[in-house]
Design a protein around this ligand. Sequence first.
Ligand code: F3S
Length: 405
Amino acid sequence: MNLKPEHKDMLEGRYGEGVAKAMEIQTAIGETFDAKRMVPITRAHVALSSQDADLWFVEKMLSLGATCKVSPTVNPSIDLKYLNQHLFEIPKAGVDIVSATNAAYQKIGATLTFDCTPYLQQNVPGMGEVIAFSESSATPYVNSVLGARSNRESSQSALCAAVTGLVPEYGLLLDEHRYGEILVEVEADIETDFDYQLLGWCYPELYKGLEIPVFTGIKARPTPAGFMNFGAQLNTSGAVSMYHIVGVTPEAPTLEAAFGANKVKHRIKVTNDDIARTRDRLCRKGEKIDFAMFGCPHLTITQVETIAKTIAERRFAVDFWVLTSSLTKELAERMGYLDIIQRAGGHIVADTCIDVPPCWQPYYGKVGVTDSPKCAYYNEIRGIKFIIRPIEECVEAAIVGEVLQ
Ligand code: F3S
């Protein structure tokens, strides 16, 4: 790479060992991807996970004296106090790792948002901003919906970027790599937020590849939750860091603009039959359930409102968990939704992820209902079986204790 004198000084330790280690990692990534130079970032988001490797890395950086030049927002952790009070006593090993991870990120200078939808609140980039975001729903959202520029960072590479304030310039940071190559003609009826969960899971089943897909045939602009669901599933079922929807996303006003000088490499059709097959494979048949869980990614206030309005005056027959940001929980309280959910016997918990062991241990081996394929997929390894349905149907199932069909 062609490093500026200042960047060479960083690599050689003039700004401390922590900065030098971050630069060493970033220049190695840059050389792997043929980056020519390092460029400044304006924002970062780290997919903190309160698991061993994550804690090891941030503590290693701290031991070398690293601090963040660009304070990153961070992914959810666990609200230990709330879960201790309302679910079970989290084992000491879990409390220790969560507390140590939170303390390490605070010390290194992160902004402790504990939310996996930073692109909706608190860390929202504009068109063309060069940023370093990790987290599977975040990368497609910032690139595709907001027109910002981030590669598919890991927690570690995003933390390095936060420390140096730089990223190697390659991939989605460059104009020529942001054009589409795969034409996806959507003939299926995609209308609701849940339809975007299914389309996002279905496309990588039909085409496996890292190229940018260009979707046509989508008739209405997705809601923010629809975009969020779409990106989360595209980047869980597959590895799609950016997509275009012609006439909807900002870099695809026309088909020609979406493809630029690229030729169409593959043409994929998505029909109602394809979506039905994905639904049959993914969503499971109805049966009795032990609990309901929402918020992977963290729910928006509109989704919380949908839950509250579906409940009306009824009560749940099973445990009911809504995961969201602390800001959205606060808003839900002000708007009366928290009260409705609590009166029905449910919970809204802030700052918490569905994937932080051992926080959801009481549900290991049990059956739940969720609207999120990502939630179901991540929990398979813990023996939790999820039936997947639209949010309103999940609420109805939680009221009777069973998914009826
Ligand atoms: Fe968010 Fe954790 Fe799901 S970070 S997207 S709740 S796996």
